[in-house]
Design a protein around this ligand. Sequence first.
Ligand code: GLN
Length: 493
Amino acid sequence: MSELTSKTIAELRDGFRAGEFSAREIADSFNAAVEAGRALNAWTVETPELAVAAADAADQARAAHDLKPLSGIPIGIKDLFCTEGVDSTTASNILRGFKPTYESTVSGNLKRAGAGMLGKLNMDEFAMGSSNETSAYGPVISPWRRSDGGNAALTPGGSSGGSAAAIAARMAPGVTGTDTGGSIRQPAAFVGISGIKPTYGRCSRWGIVAFASSLDQAGPMAKDVRDCAILLENMCGFDPKDATSLDIPVPNWEVGLSSDLNGKRVGIPKEYRIDGVPAEINALWDQGIAWLKDAGAEIVEISLPHTKYALPTYYIIAPAEASSNLARYDGVRYGFRDIPQGGNLDAMYAATRDEGFGAEVKRRIMIGTYVLSAGFYDAYFTQAQKVRTLIKRDFAEAFTMCDLILTPTAPSAAFGLGEKMSDPLAMYLNDVFAVPASLAGLPAMSVPGGLDGQGLPLGLHLIGKELDEQTVLNAGLAIEERAGFTHRAEKWW
Ligand code: GLN
């Protein structure tokens, strides 16, 4: 039955409907894969019983001819999503043992569409990180290894590192991720899978633990582009409980898939040819340009002049919003509490936050508090907001000349565990291609393009116009068909 775990969501759905296998067989296969993959540390909680219950319901629904879009499909949920009655910790000690009494809108949408839950996925604490090493549960190990023999453990990227590893190691056919500044796209690129961040406001943020509210977006990660389309259309939708949720219809992206790009113009931003990017990444980028041309697209050079300010802007705005959002974890309302002997209320706040938060989260809270403080607010926060507007305008201007933008997803392939942990700036640099689309709220996707000289996956990054996920998905499909990326991590776990 193990070949079931190699199938895409579309193949599982269609095979299940055709009676080739039962939903219970699918769930059993993936539950077994989760158990066999524990060495990767991809999950914070395993919920095999929930996957089985949903599968049994799907088998009954099939018998009763009452199937839903995701009947029979088990998925993994990033631990940033609140799931009713199941630990939701955002990989932080401060939320250890927190069992929400409610379900996030996005995970609820997926479950209402018939999906079962295999478990909660490990991640960087509060989604702050690019390597999954800030997790209170320890790092996720990438299923990939360098081909030069070194057995050094690699990061699957972050913050959705558990999500990425779960797909790449065939422990789940589809997962949720979240992306504030690249956390779906960079890990997808590192492990050779696909992932899309939709337009800001497409997915409700209700019930997703807030990191930086003006940037946070949920999105799917899966083996291929079609699966991303299937998951995304079952995640999105208007939600009156999120004031930034868009009250617009959700397109049927799967039906709209087409790799014919005739009439589409693809912009190549000249400023993205940055120093220090390995030649193989630039070569893959050129290859991507050739693939899109082959699919019928016209290639145009565009300019995004404020791109060079995107990272510093992000690392002011995101920590500012985080410092405010994380003020609620005080030992009173959620999860963990530490009351020092003889201590008063202030001592409880301090001890709880000191014990409960990890180093990166504390760094972000301090940066955020600093840039929001009375003396520095205008110099940092207001200035960053102004630059964010300029970055958005760059995109608006560029999209008068093109329908889509192609760049690499990340400036390197996956790096080794521990390699960048002592240098936060080097870590932050990993998001250099991903962050501009986040600041502008635009849909963006990573699809695998090829392998580097070490045999590690590299991703290509597509940024679309607001609400034009379809063109992003279609271009992703065009690349997928031409790249023929079928490589898999050799099983060692
Ligand atoms: N790596 C980025 C950060 O650390 C982005 C994280 C994310 O998208 N959640 O903030």
